[in-house]
Design a protein around this ligand. Structure first.
Ligand code: BGC
Length: 373
């Protein structure tokens, strides 16, 4: 049996075993509708998420699953514990058990080329979720936030916290010099360089004129990057920096993710900073622990990315493809994955501080007061 027809057979068996109709499985296809062709919605959708070590991905997985189920899909939701081979084999399983579409938040955006070729051979459409999948033409759509702007927001909140910018974003003329250290995300996550670039472009004028100083001298992405976004790696790096810079007091730390901020705060408090005189520390994802830290006056800011909205975009894309419609995109130039420019739908993110967390997170129903209490 040829590989392709074997896949179809296995796929069909899986679908039957789950008692789902084969209405959408006509002709030579196991996956999405051909362009312009209408298919019934329904079927199994594979959802591959990176890790459960971070709340945001748990929220993403839950939101995607519940929204797909509301539309009548079955969902195969898998977390890969940040292990690349695990994610690859989870996606392979989704393909062989008859997934009609894949929604993938990759661990390393460059490692899915082979498995996505299998998806392509089985005509299964692929949506890159939050993180771009690189080096393959076999990714159909991408939904994410405006990642460059996230970096701009992180740097802007650092400058606001330091008093270099006022609440309206205007330059206060504060001369500093303010001592800041810079952290970046995981180098294998395409988003990390976007966050970094947005942040550095915003900070550069202040670095150039000496308003901001990086005491460690570590201003390159490669020096600042934290593989796999691990809090303990950020903590170690912060500890090392504190050793290198001796008694120099830090005024700010650019952190691209709440988990890293928690590691950074641990290093600072064990390095002699009291909770009340911590530097201005940024973050991302509005995770509960960090919102509590912001309320307590430790972490200064985070970036809220509404995972309900991101899930909705991904789910709508899948549903549109399954119905033979063309998903809506709003960016067809930014996300070049080395093989193609992936048509994208970008969402907006919001800076959250102690001043607006209630309005942004509680009033919108994302968290209850009790979650944060
Ligand atoms: C996401 C961020 C998240 C980070 C670590 C990135 O790809 O866009 O929201 O903080 O991964 O999980």
């Amino acid at each position: 049996m040829k590989k392709h027809s074997m896949l179809k057979a296995v796929a069909g068996a899986g679908v039957l075993a789950l008692g789902i109709g084969l209405a959408g499985c006509a002709g030579d296809r196991t996956g999405g509708a051909a362009p312009g062709e209408s298919q019934e919605a329904g079927g199994i959708i594979g959802v591959a998420m990176p890790t459960q070590q971070s709340e945001r991905w748990i929220a993403d997985g839950n939101n995607v699953k519940s929204q797909l189920e509301e539309l009548g899909y079955q969902v195969d939701l898998q977390y890969a514990n940040d292990d690349i081979p695990t994610q690859v084999s989870q996606i392979e399983n989704m393909i062989t058990t008859g997934a009609k579409a894949l929604i993938i938040a990759s661990i390393d955006g460059t490692t899915l080329t082979d498995v996505l070729q299998q998806a392509k051979d089985a005509n299964i459409p692929v949506i890159a979720y939050d993180r771009l999948i690189n080096g393959t033409a076999n990714v159909d759509y991408y939904t994410t936030f405006d990642n460059y702007k996230v970096g701009v927001q992180q740097a802007t909140s650092l400058l606001t916290g330091l008093g270099v910018l006022d609440a309206s974003g205007a330059d206060t003329g504060a001369a500093g010099p303010f001592n800041v250290e810079l952290f970046a995300g995981s180098p294998d996550d395409n988003n990390a360089t976007f966050f970094w670039q947005g942040a550095i472009d915003t900070l550069q004028p202040y670095l150039d004129k000496g308003t901001l100083v990086v005491p460690s001298g570590q201003t390159e992405f490669g020096q600042a990057a934290i593989l796999r976004w691990l809090p303990e790696t950020a903590q170690k790096r912060m500890e090392n920096i504190l050793t290198v810079i001796g008694g120099t007091k830090l005024n700010g730390v650019l952190s691209p993710y709440d988990g890293l901020s928690i590691g950074i705060i641990s290093a600072l408090t064990s390095g002699g900073y009291s909770a009340s005189d911590l530097p201005v520390i940024t973050g991302q994802d509005a995770e509960v622990g960090s919102i509590k830290s912001i309320i307590a006056g430790e972490q200064y800011s985070t970036i809220f990315k509404d995972t309900r909205e991101l899930a909705k975009q991904a789910v709508t894309m899948v549903d549109d493809i399954r119905k033979g419609e063309t998903p809506e995109v709003n960016d067809e130039e930014t996300y070049d994955n080395g093989e193609k420019i992936v048509p994208s739908y970008l969402l907006e993110s919001t800076i959250v501080t102690k001043d607006n967390y209630k309005e942004i997170l509680v009033d919108s129903g994302y968290y209850t007061e009790a979650d944060l209490g």
